[in-house]
Design a protein around this ligand. Sequence first.
Ligand SMILES: Cc1cc2nc3c(=O)[nH]c(=O)nc-3n(C[C@H](O)[C@H](O)[C@H](O)COP(=O)(O)OP(=O)(O)OC[C@H]3O[C@@H](n4cnc5c(N)ncnc54)[C@H](O)[C@@H]3O)c2cc1C
Length: 432
Amino acid sequence: MQDSYDVSIVGGGILGCAIAYFLSIITDSTIIVMEQEKKVAMHTSSRNTGKVHAPFYYNPEKKSSTATYALKGFDMLKRYCTFHSLPFKEDGVVEIATNEREIDTLLKHIQWAQKNGLRDEDVKFLSKHEMLQIEPNVKCEAGIVCVRDASTDYGLINQKLMEDAIKLGCKTSFENKFRSIRYNTNTNENRKMTIKGTVKDITTDYVINATGGNSLDIAHNLNLAKEFTDLHFRGEYWIAPQKYNALTKRSIYSVPRNTEYPFLDPHWIIRSDGRCEVGPNAVPVFGPYSYTSYENLMNVVPKIFASCKVGVLKLFLSKQFLQLVSNEFSSSFSKTNMVNRVRRFLPSLNPHDFKQRGMAGIRTILIDKNGEFASESLVVEDDSSLHILNYNSPGATGALPVAANIARTLVQKNIVNSTPKQINFPFSDEIS
Ligand SMILES: Cc1cc2nc3c(=O)[nH]c(=O)nc-3n(C[C@H](O)[C@H](O)[C@H](O)COP(=O)(O)OP(=O)(O)OC[C@H]3O[C@@H](n4cnc5c(N)ncnc54)[C@H](O)[C@@H]3O)c2cc1C
């Protein structure tokens, strides 16, 4: 069985579906989403913290595009969620300093917030006394309160984007895993490439790789981004019993203790449905779907071979990284250790009250030859493919503006034709 399309998007996470949505608005070129699972939103896009992140803790010198997309993402998500009556709760967030030394970091974050485009009224520094007035159960030396931060359900947004794209003519191929690409040399074939799938091959002119944790493997398959390797980190959560649901009014983040690594410490999270959780940590695992010990073990051998690269070996020689890994493992094995990481600033939490794990999600982070983590997401292209790599937090926040930008670029490059549809869908007025 074989199908033919102008553009094939591999990956039905929030990014792939958002690209499918915007392309389906802007063009009548034929589009397909190829997804390995039975439906979309089965992985990271529905296994995250659900925050619409305001860009106050992204260094504008290192993460300017992350910050820009996060800023735009807030407005676009608000509009999309309002249109479809999806959860979008503007509940704000607090970042706290647990000791005097961390206050400097809060002040730096206020400056970053301004440089990243947040307004003065969006982010405010609060003294210890002022913090006690707004969040009496939080123990801290000072805090930042950001009102332009929200909670949502990215899994629902992901599904809705796919539904909308289908209504606009996009096709889908589920339970069809990308295996490889072959360039067509037979001149009778009317498409440049054939994607080999597990159940169906797809011939296409252009491929977009939005496969999250698998995206580097697919780029390598096309001989791209060979200078990078990747590591996977499982973010685990514990669900707080209901009696804690009124403990704070906002989600609480602490100043990150390891600023050179791309993960924050576990937070106190209030989800859009009011559920509270502690998490996520960042436990190294062997694959992008290693949610359980069994799934993790299945990936040991391939990952060990793939990891024998200079960059990863350099990273594992770093004492600081090994210290971080050991902390993360200890909070994976011990619920008490995990809850205690948040109990530092919410002393009334009792680890024994936590009975149920939340849904873990996995970050896949690129590492270069020097053993450095890539700081931002990366778009790698050749004439007939585009790959979005290292698409990590706040990737869900930025997915709509990133996808709109990719769709516009494909029109400008004449990869798809420019035939905007006359429809009443969010952003159809702006994108076309
Ligand atoms: C613990 C955690 C917390 C986070 N919290 C937040 C947050 O609060 N706010 C925020 O903005 N961001 C957050 N993020 C980041 C955000 O969730 C991700 O950046 C985003 O969901 C990535 O979307 P994606 O579409 O690239 O990947 P995914 O959602 O993983 O989608 C990739 C898709 O590709 C498919 N696929 C993979 N390989 C193949 C193949 N070979 N063939 C066919 N299909 C394939 C997969 O099945 C999957 O459906 C968090 C991430 C984690 C891990």
